[in-house]
Design a protein around this ligand. Structure first.
Ligand SMILES: Nc1ncnc2c1ncn2[C@@H]1O[C@H](COP(=O)(O)OP(=O)(O)O)[C@@H](O)[C@H]1O
Ligand SMILES: [Mg+2]
Length: 437
């Protein structure tokens, strides 16, 4: 008997248990099963366990082939649905083959096998299961419900990713000791937020990431959501100005409502310096109102009460005033990488590419002042240059050449943005691309 048969039987059993036991809800289904059985705004009873649903949940193309020889399964020759014809026999067959860990990963099954296996506990299984609020289907449904067609601008302002859609992981990032310590601390705080609530420690869960562009602020926030298995809600504050002015404050409120409805989740507010700018300059009153709404919403939001981890990010800490700083519990610095960090970053970004005579330390020694994002651009340049010569392998000298041309271009760009900086001082003040680095 194959593991694949076990996968298919587990799916069929899960659907059956869910159908029979009305005390269970969608959060008792493992995410893959839930998403395969999802229909409209939930998983119906009985669930539609079509062959396609089985294939979607298990990744097995011809599920019937795997279980055709079992006594307790049947395929409807007309609809192609696979069914259990003898639940007890299926239960027994599964219990003989599944490990307690496997059962514990499936809250619906944990509810029926609780007591039969050591370490199988329904309540704990349910707590550890990813909630449906983190499924792409649920998120899409919520966004559709909250924003009608007139709200198209709203979707420019806020972007939501389900944890399964987040590709950035913390393992792909080279973090400073402080950054590692802080991400570990936040992960623990989220895990134990019930305890924090009980002891009345509510001043946790609002972080501000500070550092030059390209130092990994956005990636770290995403990676954190990935590690915590939480949806990632991203807001770009500069988009506020592109909104219908009259609606701006209302839209800010909606962003926070989205975050609360998706909770537990990570709410990432990028370009936080925008707040400070509007407080000092004579911006349109509607924008000032929106910013005040934002600050108030931040004050009222809490990780412990609302299950929302709030992360702000700014490239321009010098523009933030005391009123903004004190709203965050923790400031985390994103400096430009040191030489050893650059060597590590180079090793990571070249993973999967063959480099002859590869010497990451030499690259690191030659890239003082470059960020993680710059190093990625250097690599891209080297890869493209090699492709021009029809090569798909790189050499150390390709990388060194790419560094030189990157630095030449960077020099020109800086000259450019110096001029821009002078202009924007007098102009609308929104383009802060490289004015400060
Ligand atoms: N410390 C780092 N380690 C690995 N990659 C990095 C690091 N910093 C930046 N990068 C890479 O540079 C790119 C841009 O980073 P990003 O997170 O957008 O920076 P920021 O938000 O600070 O401007 C990402 O693709 C990321 O992988
Ligand atoms: Mg960013």
């Amino acid at each position: 008997m194959t593991d694949r048969a076990l996968d298919v039987v587990e799916f069929l059993l899960t659907a059956r248990v869910y159908e029979r036991n009305t005390d269970l809800d969608e959060n008792d289904l493992p995410p893959a099963v839930r998403s395969a059985l999802w229909d409209g705004d939930g998983v119906p009873r009985p669930p539609k366990a079509t062959g396609e649903a089985v294939a979607n949940a298990t990744g097995i193309d011809d599920p019937w082939d795997e279980v055709a020889s079992l006594m307790f399964t049947e395929q409807d020759s007309f609809s192609g649905h696979i069914r259990l014809v003898d639940d007890d026999m299926a239960m027994e067959w599964y219990a003989d083959r599944a490990t307690p860990d496997r059962i514990q990963a499936n809250p619906a099954l944990a509810s029926v096998y609780e007591g039969d296996f050591e370490g199988v506990d329904h309540e704990a299984a349910r707590d550890a299961n990813r909630p449906m609020q983190a499924d792409p289907q649920w998120i899409d449904g919520l966004l559709e419900e909250m924003f009608d067609e007139d709200d198209e601008e709203m979707l420019d302002l806020v972007e939501v990713q389900a944890p399964a859609e987040i590709e950035t992981t913390l393992e792909d990032l080279v973090l400073t000791d402080e950054q590692q310590a802080e991400t570990a601390k936040v992960s623990k705080a989220i895990e134990h937020r019930d305890y924090l609530a009980k002891v009345g420690l509510v001043e946790v869960g609002k972080l501000l990431f500070v550092g030059p562009p390209g130092t990994g602020k956005t990636s770290t926030a995403r990676g954190l959501a990935h590690r915590l298995d939480l949806p990632f809600v991203e807001v770009k504050l500069s988009m506020i100005t592109s909104q219908y002015l009259g609606e701006t404050a209302k839209n800010v409120e909606k962003v926070f409502e989205v975050a609360k409805r998706l909770a537990p989740c990570v709410l990432f507010i990028d370009e936080f310096d925008f707040v400070a700018k509007t407080r000092t300059s004579d911006e349109h009153a509607a924008i000032k109102r929106a910013v005040n709404t934002l600050l108030k919403a931040i004050d009222e939001m809490s990780l412990v009460k609302d299950d929302v981890l709030l992360i702000g990010a700014t490239n321009h800490p010098d523009e933030l005033d005391a009123a903004v700083w004190r709203r965050f519990d923790e400031i985390l610095s994103f400096p430009k990488p040191t030489e050893p960090m650059r060597a590590d970053i180079i090793r990571i970004v070249t993973r999967g590419i063959e480099v002859e005579d590869f010497d990451p330390e030499e690259i690191a020694a030659n890239t003082d002042g470059l960020t993680g994002s710059d190093l990625r651009l250097v690599l891209r340049e080297a890869v493209l240059d090699a492709l021009v010569e029809d090569r798909t392998t790189l050499s150390q000298s390709d990388l060194l050449t790419a560094i030189e041309s990157f630095e030449e271009r960077d020099h020109l760009r800086n000259l450019d943005s110096l001029e821009e900086a002078v202009e924007t001082e007098e102009g609308d003040g929104h383009d802060h691309a490289h004015a400060h680095d």
